[in-house]
Design a protein around this ligand. Structure first.
Ligand code: NA7
Length: 556
């Protein structure tokens, strides 16, 4: 492979310890951490700058669903204290500003080669080195390689009949252009109503002359917190950061759930009275409705029994549908927006700003693809079984080939020429989402089988990069050649990952989510993230590192 390419080995590369693919938050922190460990690191990044997911997902309305004071790095106390988040839940542009600040502050860019896409990642067995080949025909080599390629980084663009015939502009939310897109006076069609669709649809409706929403599966979405950051709240967080970071490491999802007390006493009281822990099954229909009327649709998530008890879950789902009936003026549109056949908690919770209100606008049309399936895309729009809809711009909000997509796209080949694609033919086989047998010294950040997308991503990234950095430093200090998981460790771990997902809402009947790979035709249906909680997972990783990696094979 890549025999005819120019290998650009130079003096710096001879001392390179680690190659990293991707300069999102994982790759960025890897540079900082690996430098601290005296490891020589180089990062290859396809984009023109840092930020990863937040670099590519620039669509209007893109926003994080974890509070920013928590969705931020904890490795630098000074950074934590200096940075100011303008809103409680940040918009994409503010997260990208943060990424830029981190890159500048820690002088990260000098270790990154931008505008370069990795086309293959190959283990050179005789030399015990990893070789990366890029779209520029360059190759780079190092003894270790870290795939920091992200969980949601390969956009899914379904193959729809006639797609090539459309003569208007086509956009994907996950590959939104850097230049502003002017939609004023335009007729816009959008396919997809997941998190991205729900965030972008109200914004598109405000800009476009007319918006047509093609929806295959309606969504359980609840209003997001849209508060600007109050100085006193921010200060209280900053005063308590050590405790907050510790709580994150001990919380199932890597969030501290720290609630400011001094600065927001009235809100605190409201929070305490919000009905946390109420059981929906033990309430009367009137009490349930009052709960939502008084405390908002979002309070539906706080019923404690709806995530494990299918009967309680269905009561909540019906309550949600009732609420939609009361929010949407046109009963037919309301019916179209009602999720059925799967429950709250099956998919990642979607948070919105004005989503349902948008469907009360005269210039927004909902097309329910369940009752009128999409037949073909045409030169001027989309034909369904009942109608032809015309527009000037077609937007795909159709999600990602999640968790495994970027790893498979990188064309990784391990020992004996085995490709990762072959190894993962029936689903991702890995140990702790960190390494794969047959791929010595290759590491994945937040790979399948780790808490990853079920955890505050910045917390998960720091834990993984710390573990990987320590592991590489361990090998280097002892002059050891390779580390890779034992095959039996992988099998035991995958069994455990599946066992803990069993019986949860994530794998409940009728639940088809990208967690399961169900959004990609032909993708093996396996629950990919680890649902057993971040602390349990972290302890397992710490056990391995503290006992000289018993679940791994190490070769001198
Ligand atoms: P999602 O959550 O995977 O949503 C994708 C949407 O696109 C969803 O409504 C899909 O409907 C729809 N889709 C996908 N393919 C098709 C076809 N062929 N026809 C019609 N509709 C289709 O991706 P997002 O980008 O919104 O969010 C991903 C994560 O990013 C999110 O969970 C957050 O963590 C951030 P379907 O449900 O498959 O019927």
């Amino acid at each position: 492979m890549a025999k005819d390419t120019r290998h650009t080995r130079d003096a710096a590369e001879d001392t390179l310890d680690v190659l990293v693919v991707g300069a999102g938050f994982a790759g960025m922190y890897a540079i900082h951490r690996f430098r601290e460990l005296d490891l020589n690191v180089k990062v290859i990044e396809a984009g023109s700058d840092v930020g990863g997911t937040w670099y590519w997902n620039r669509y209007p309305g893109a926003r994080c669903d974890v509070p920013s004071l928590e969705y931020s790095f904890g490795f630098s106390k000074e950074l934590e204290q200096d940075w100011h988040w303008p809103e409680v839940f940040s918009a994409q542009k503010d997260i990208l500003r943060y990424a830029d600040h981190v890159a500048e502050r820690f002088d990260l860019r000098r270790s990154i080669q931008f505008n370069t896409r990795v086309t293959s990642v190959e283990y050179l067995e005789e030399d015990n080195r990893w070789r990366i080949t890029t779209d520029k025909g360059e190759t780079f080599e190092a003894p270790c390689c870290v795939m920091a390629t992200g969980c949601l980084s390969v956009p899914n663009k379904p193959e729809l009949p006639g797609a090539e015939d459309f003569t208007g502009q086509t956009l994907h939310t996950g590959l939104w252009p850097k230049e502003p897109v002017d939609l004023s006076g335009k007729r816009v069609g959008i396919i997809g109503t997941g998190s991205s669709g729900v965030q972008v649809i109200p914004e598109l409706a405000r800009q476009a002359q007319h918006l047509t929403v093609f929806q295959r599966t309606p969504v359980y979405t609840v209003p997001a917190n849209r508060k600007p950051m109050r100085g006193a709240v921010e200060q209280e967080f900053k005063d308590n950061y050590p405790q907050i970071r510790e709580s994150q490491w001990n919380n199932q999802g890597g969030v501290s759930n720290f609630r400011p007390v001094k600065s927001v006493a009235p809100d605190r009281a409201r929070y305490l009275n919000r009905g946390e822990g109420l059981k929906i099954k033990s309430m009367t229909p009137d009490e349930r409705r009052r709960q939502l009327d008084d405390r908002g649709l979002e309070s539906i998530l706080s019923f404690s029994d709806i995530y494990a008890d299918l009967e309680a879950n269905e009561i909540a789902n019906e309550l949600f549908r009732d609420k939609i009936r009361s929010m949407i003026n046109d009963p037919e549109v309301a019916e179209g927006l009602m999720p059925r056949g799967f429950g709250i908690g099956c998919k990642r919770q979607v948070l919105d700003r004005d989503y349902f209100d948008t469907f009360n606008r005269d210039d927004v049309t909902l097309v329910d693809l369940r009752s009128s399936p999409l037949e073909t895309i045409t030169e001027t729009g989309i034909r369904t079984s009942t109608e032809h809809h015309e527009f000037d711009v077609l937007i795909y909000a159709t999600g990602f080939d999640a968790m495994t997509g970027a790893l498979l796209k990188a064309n990784i080949t391990g020992r004996n020429g085995q490709s990762l694609r072959d190894k993962w033919e029936h689903g991702p086989v890995a140990y702790l989402g960190l390494q794969m047998h047959g791929f010595p010294n290759l590491f994945t950040v937040t790979g399948p089988g780790s808490p990853s997308v079920l955890c505050n991503m910045l917390v998960a990234i720091e834990q993984h990069v710390n573990w990987i950095g320590d592991c590489i430093a361990y090998l280097k200090a002892r002059n050891l050649a390779t580390i890779e998981p034992r095959p039996e460790s992988e099998l035991e771990w995958i069994g455990h990952v599946n066992d803990v997902a069993e019986g949860t809402m994530f794998t409940s009947p009728g639940c088809n989510s990208w967690y399961l790979g169900a959004n990609i035709p032909g993708k093996p249906r396996i629950f990919m993230p680890y649902v057993g909680g971040f602390p349990r997972y972290r302890e397992r990783c710490e056990f391995e590192a503290s006992r000289d990696y018993p679940g791994f094979q190490i070769n001198a």
